[in-house]
Design a protein around this ligand. Structure first.
Ligand code: ZN
Length: 409
């Protein structure tokens, strides 16, 4: 296979060393000195690959090579190099470095694209610093909320201040917006972060849809009381109601035949004492599916069930909607290009959905977008143990390269 996997692997290792933390992972947050150092390193590799590099008003790094027709809409390849706290070395970087490798191989092979090709490094994909994930891609597609510049990191630094620190002018943030007509397609290679490919022994997968998260926050109010002196039939125990709701959510998702998943990952109990009946519980529910109608119906059914459970237990429940991102189907044209590349390489064509969010889901709302997934060992990500074999990255980058040629040549 023509991809220079050793060059790509060495670059991955060098990138992982920037922001390496004592726990064996990588912590590299947007606009920090570590981020700028990593961005500068990647910029150098982009130039080596023959790309002309610029930074847009949001801080996205964009390397571009013109095709025969400079006016044609560009084919974008990309991902991110920011991480979560104590994250891994593959989530994001494989997509960026794989894209640079694909373009570099094309240039070295004397291939002239007909479309311009761009490699994009999106800022703050993880939301690890400002809790505002997919920031760079949302800036590019004009999807940022009004108050975004006032968001703060854990030290109270606003996004506006952090941008200034990284040499960006926050007042020009809007200049990052691009017209969908200028983008022909977006293609992203990423680790799966799940166990589908690993359990099937497949190296590469073709993503068909990206699930959208729907977050609820529940506040359940019962009545606190003495654990010894209150008989069982006289209680309004908020935590027992919560337990029943958690169990109901799990059953609903398990019994569904679709990609529906429900998770309660955060819960707090008041007063939280060994000998007091819980009076109040605050908890989250994360509901995802690749079909918006099905996901919203599931959320409505759960809310109905919550109402029944709370009524029967004599407790009150307030339900708030924290986040509602629509799920998106990826483009049949891009999926077709990736699937054809897999077939040409003799890779079994495994189609799967992405449960996690990616910049591709923002782009997919406006332009043809697609994703290539790479096998994640044991499905682990966002941890130092995150791992994808060199061989799998080699195959995935071959698929990326062939898909790029199909879309841009
Ligand atoms: Zn990622």
């Amino acid at each position: 296979m023509p991809i220079n996997i050793d060059r790509l692997w060495k670059r991955l290792e060098r990138l992982a060393a920037i922001g390496a933390d004592a726990a064996g992972g990588t912590s590299r947050f947007t606009y920090t000195p570590e981020y700028v150092e990593a961005k500068d390193l990647v910029t150098g590799w982009m130039k080596e690959a023959g790309l002309t590099v610029r930074t847009d008003a949001a801080g996205n790094t964009i390397g571009r090579i013109d095709g025969r027709n400079a006016e044609a809409p560009a084919v974008l390849l990309g991902s991110h190099i920011d991480t979560v706290q104590n994250g891994g070395r593959f989530d994001g970087p494989v997509g960026v470095l794989g894209a640079i490798e694909a373009v570099q191989l094309a240039v070295e092979s004397g291939i002239l694209f007909s479309h311009p090709v761009e490699v994009v490094v999106f800022v703050e994909e993880e939301g690890g610093r400002f809790g505002s994930s997919l920031l760079g891609s949302r800036a590019m597609m004009g999807q940022l909320p009004e108050d975004i510049l006032q968001r703060t990191d854990k030290n109270g630094v606003t996004l506006a201040q952090a941008m200034k620190g990284a040499g960006l002018d926050h007042e020009r943030l809007h200049d990052a917006v691009r017209q969908p007509a200028d983008i022909s397609a977006y293609l992203e290679m990423h680790i799966e972060q799940g166990t589908v490919l690993d359990s099937l022994g497949r190296r590469v997968g073709v993503v068909t849809d990206i699930a959208g998260p729907f977050f609820l926050n529940l506040t359940i109010r019962g009545r606190a009381g003495h654990a010894g002196a209150t008989p069982m039939d006289r209680r309004q125990d908020a935590l027992v109601a919560a337990a029943e709701i958690i169990s109901a959510a799990e059953s609903m998702a398990r019994e569904s035949s679709s990609a529906l998943v429900m998770t309660v990952g955060r819960i707090s109990v008041k007063p939280g004492a060994i000998n007091i009946i819980p009076g109040e519980v605050v908890m989250s529910v994360d509901i995802r599916d690749v079909d918006k109608g099905r996901r919203d119906n599931a959320a409505a059914a759960l809310r109905h069930r919550i109402g029944e459970i709370c009524l029967s237990r004599g407790v009150e429940c307030r339900v708030e909607e924290l986040l509602n991102v629509p799920p998106v189907p990826l483009s049949a044209r891009v999926i077709g290009a990736i699937a054809t590349a897999c077939r040409e390489l003799g890779l079994p064509e495994k189609r799967l959905v992405s449960g996690a969010g990616h910049d591709a889901q923002v782009l997919a709302q406006f332009v043809d977008a697609g994703m290539i997934f790479l096998r994640s060992k044991n499905g682990i990500s966002h941890a130092p143990e995150e791992w994808t074999d060199k061989e799998d990255i080699h195959w995935g980058t071959e698929v990326l390269y062939r898909s790029l040629l199909a879309l841009a040549k």
